[in-house]
Design a binder for this molecule. Structure first.
Ligand code: KG4
Ligand code: ZN
Length: 356
């Protein structure tokens, strides 16, 4: 165990979906070891297969954790705090990392912290950018979630809006599938979109009527299912007409432009209402260069936009360790009988109250 005057060393484990990840973090920002193993096998099925994910985690977890500790130049004895994602996520997948990490904590007699995956995405950017601290408006956009949050301080979160159906990343994945671009869809759509015309097709812009007011429940809400269906219909028409090959890039660019426009517009609504022009991005879709560029443009020179680098935008264990440090400093140690929950409630989250 390290010296009490030294910053604590946290071992983090993440297995909520299809990445087996472990990290060793010293203090708030010093990433000593960091390993992410992505399960490529799901590409065969066009999406994550839960049972396969759990099995792959089981095969990899020991090597991934040992690898991160070795990369840090340490042995397990040097770890002060152990943590893992307890939810939300795929239950079988979560249980692998959580059980493994609890066993390590028990064997070493160290405190164990159970971490909420989405709170961790909020912390990810702060690992690299000192300025990415509250107050800020946060946009969490991943394969499973699309959430707009107001974060006045760490641990206190107001949910302004979320998706009514598909997540933003899910829409990218599904559109990539109909375009024959493979999984995960976001990076593939972005690559193809680069040579397309974003104004070639006018797809619907869901939940974006210009006359919406903050008093309406949908003011900050998202919906991507109708957009996805509209793109799929257009792709079928183009395919029948033998035009798909020639217009694929235009479809990808037009679809991406709509998703980005909706996300940016809703973030800007929050920036205006909260009178806060510091914005933090999190989740896999935060890797989108189009999203970052449009948001930076909308915020203007006085705005502050913080986005994680790709290795910390997608699922990783460094963000889990950083969140655990915060919770541990508040004395929130979990009992070793703590279990994983697919629908773990977001700690400190309250919903925006709409009058009338
Ligand atoms: O946070 P993440 O790694 O996993 C989840 O917790 O879901 O996010 C993965 C999602 C996938 O849906 C992927 O298509 C999307 O992030 N994504 C992107 C980009 N890179 C990854 N979406 C749009 N543009 C990108 N460049
Ligand atoms: Zn995630």
């Amino acid at each position: 165990m390290s010296d009490a005057r030294q910053p604590p060393i946290v071992l983090g484990v993440e297995t909520s979906c299809d990445e087996t990840a472990a990290a060793v973090l010293r203090g708030e920002r010093e990433l000593l070891g960091h390993i992410i193993l992505s399960q490529d096998v799901h590409a065969l099925y066009g999406g994550v297969v839960p049972e396969i994910a759990a099995r792959e985690h089981l095969l990899a977890i020991d090597d991934v954790v040992s690898g991160a500790v070795r990369e840090a130049g340490l042995t397990l004895r040097a770890i002060d705090v152990v943590c893992a994602t307890a939810g939300p996520g795929l239950i079988g997948a979560l249980l692998v990392g959580l059980t493994y990490a609890k066993a390590v904590a028990f064997a070493l007699a160290r405190p164990f912290i159970a971490v909420h995956h989405l709170e961790a995405h909020l912390f990810a950017t702060s690992l690299e950018h000192e300025g990415a601290h509250p107050p800020f408006v946060a946009l969490l956009v991943s394969g499973g979630h699309t959430m707009l949050l107001w974060v006045p301080e760490w641990g206190s979160y107001t949910l302004l809006g979320e998706t009514r159906d598909d997540a933003a990343g899910e829409a990218f994945d599904k559109v990539a599938k109909v375009l024959g671009l493979g999984y995960p869809g976001g990076p593939a759509v972005e690559r193809v979109a680069a040579s397309g015309n974003p104004r070639a097709f006018s797809f619907p812009r869901p939940m974006l009527a210009s006359n919406q007011t903050p008093a309406e429940t949908d003011y900050y809400a998202f919906s991507f299912s109708g957009l996805k269906t509209s793109v799929a219909t257009r792709v079928r028409e183009l395919d029948t007409a033998g035009e798909l090959e020639r217009r694929r890039a235009d479809v990808a660019a037009s679809f991406q432009a709509v998703v980005v426009a909706v996300l940016v517009a809703k973030v800007m609504r929050a920036v205006q209402e909260m009178r806060c022009s510091r914005v933090v991005l999190g989740g896999g879709v935060a890797a989108s260069a189009a999203l970052r560029a449009e948001l930076a443009h909308a915020l203007g020179p006085d705005g502050e936009l913080y986005a994680p680098s790709p290795r910390l935008a997608t699922d990783n264990a460094a963000m889990i360790a950083r969140t655990a440090l915060f919770r541990w400093q508040r004395g929130e140690v979990a009992p070793l009988h703590v279990t994983a929950r697919a629908d773990l409630p977001f700690p400190g989250l309250k919903r925006r109250q709409v009058d009338g």
